[in-house]
Ligand binder design. Sequence first.
Ligand code: NZQ
Ligand code: ZN
Length: 379
Amino acid sequence: MENFIAHNPTSLHFGKGVIETIGKTVQPLGKKVLLVYGKGSVKRSGLYDRIISQLNQAGAIVFEYDGIQPNPLVEDVDKAAAIGRENGVDYILAVGGGSVIDSAKIISIAIPVDHSAWKFYEYKAKPVKAIPLVAVLTLAATGTEMNPFAVLQNPETGRKDGYGSPLCFPVHSFLDPEVTYTVPADYTAYGIADLIAHCFENYFGKGDSSLSDRFITAIIADAMEWGPKLMQNLHGYNERAAIMYDATMALNMMTGYGKSGGDWGVHGMGHILSLLHGVPHGASLSILFPAWMKLLKERAANQISKLGSELFGNADVESTIARFEEFFTLIGSPVRLSQVGIGEDKFEEIIRVMIRNKAEGSHYKLSEADYHLIMEYAK
Ligand code: NZQ
Ligand code: ZN
């Protein structure tokens, strides 16, 4: 088992009606709030009005930044941080999925400084402090609501990168499964694929930690049970709640303890598909993970086989990989590049950027030949 530090300061408020408790929770944080959200789903669903009513109850002065896009941009983070800085906001309230909450994490450490947030990503600057961040999660997928990570895209440098700092944990996160009823079927499926992929990334990390592995297989088993039920019933409370809890637990650090925090090679490659071709995050993972496992079916034979026997009662490597592929297909997340419109003529550029951005993973390090084989399996 590898050494680890366990630290998680986020208070998670989970369940029906938690939105109506936001006002009293944020009141002690100060008066001025920067409200950050995406491209309109919060207004269409009526959540925006409920949030404003809570902020009014708390007597808040509200500044807003909207329009955060999926696969979010550092440019928006810099613009929002400038608004927060000019107005001296006391805290940030982020309402959205991973893209909005990730952006808000970096806004929270960019407000106290006077340089572009990208300097953090290049390790040319260290965050000194953070404006407190409160998150309202609207999409179950990333686990960002209870972890210190944030993924941003910078078209100027041609990168989509993750960044983590203990300063970036939200202080409070509000998760009402009913808020996710409006997530369309495709993004619901991508969220399920993403949470399972987080389990895989941690599972394939370096180090033996039987307890972390048991957490991991329990989360995958739960998601494989509830995922198809949810796809049949997008307004089912128990279905939404189960998947929402699975997603938080899949990436709140707990599953990486003793395993060096995971491998993350497939996420690195997935980010390149999002960066170059706008592939939704979870979709990139349901395509690449089975292909990555096919590549590693000998190098990681024992681990894949153990997953198969724990989850399916069958230790055969090939059939384990096939079962995951069938599952992603069943819920409606793609398993081939052709399903997201990426033909073989694009492979060369994708592989070039994978090499440049070192999307190789930290345990099963990938070579250039490996990228070619993965693209072949995924085509
Ligand atoms: O922009 P709006 O209008 O809000 O619409 C969003 C967006 O179009 C919509 N949506 C969100 N909640 C909704 C809703 N539509 C209807 N009803 C609701 N309740 O869904 C679309 C996708 O939203 P987005 O936030 O991009 O999705 P997700 O939560 O999957 O986040 C993906 C981002 O998180 C990063 C990914 O790389 C990607 O950039 N990740 C962050 C991680 C972390 N911080 O730990 C780890 C992950 O592995 C991942 O890399
Ligand atoms: Zn992910």
